[in-house]
Design a binder for this molecule. Sequence first.
Ligand SMILES: Nc1ncnc2c1ncn2[C@@H]1O[C@H](COP(=O)(O)OP(=O)(O)O)[C@@H](O)[C@H]1O
Ligand SMILES: [Mg+2]
Length: 331
Amino acid sequence: MISDTLKTGEGPLHDFDVADATPSTRRFLEEAITQVNIHSRPTIDMHPAKYKERVGLESMIRALEKNSYEFMKVLHNSKRNKVFLVEESKSGERKAAKWFNQAEHYFKEKEAQEILLGYDRHNNILLADRFIDEDRLIISPHAARGNLGELQKKGRLTLPQVEVVAAHVLDALQYLHDHNLIHRDVKLSNIVLDIGVFGLETFQLIDYEFTQYVEFPISKNETEGMVIGTPHYMAPEIYRGKNADLRSDLYAAGVTFYHCLTGHFPFDGATDLELFRNHINKPVPDIRQHNPEMSLAFEEVFYRALAKNPADRYQSAVEFKRTLLEAARRK
Ligand SMILES: Nc1ncnc2c1ncn2[C@@H]1O[C@H](COP(=O)(O)OP(=O)(O)O)[C@@H](O)[C@H]1O
Ligand SMILES: [Mg+2]
């Protein structure tokens, strides 16, 4: 069987007898073989840490099978967590299964999602349909078109496309903020695309691990001193360790839309420190430097969205959405 050879690391990968492996395991192996062929030598003779990861993945596949999911492929792989495309054995439905390395992270995401599941569902908020504590797995509907970062890599998005993205993401944020929740990690890879009923594109916000309940979304909350988020999207107040509030989410949304329209981040830096300085000190770039097709109205939209001082920004997602869509119409 496969597992013994994987554990001991003896012999080349193609010597495995996969005849009696489950379809799930076979698919995993096929993927592993492809990866080995692409990224390294075509044998399993590799670093022990790599073996460990392989064996780790295999045990996750067993956990999925135990819970009646068949492994299809790896969608995302990081130290903190892994996301698998799986098929629900009974219904044949495709799901995304997010596995967490640490229980603490699993429970944080579960807790935030459970708060949201207590309210009416929103089209642009993607939530789980099952939590499996024992295996630290969160099972969600699979958004078949992948994340916005992947779409963006295929080329700059057009203005009509970004209008749809912005309308959906800002609707999702307005909904969170109406419920006194801030997301705290709005970015390209946390927005996924699905094709819903009537073939309509629906962008949905995911990844609620950092989502926080705040007593007063605008003024007071308890995030003081906590620097949480993704550096390219973090508003100056977060870098400064000051209160994050709904306007920090809107800043991150501004960075996201800017990136969609231009293929560039408004602020960049060779190091995190330089990036931090630029977010705090550097004037907001004119979007037309990066995309000459943008109108003056758009320059103004981003001056406001990315203002250093939260008081100078849009004060709500709905206001941001209205202004952005008006600017698009005036083009
Ligand atoms: N329900 C889903 N449908 C499709 N892709 C998903 C889904 N959930 C996660 N992904 C993919 O996995 C990636 C990582 O998931 P995410 O929840 O954002 O984890 P992380 O905390 O590591 O950022 C996403 O960027 C997306 O590409
Ligand atoms: Mg994410």
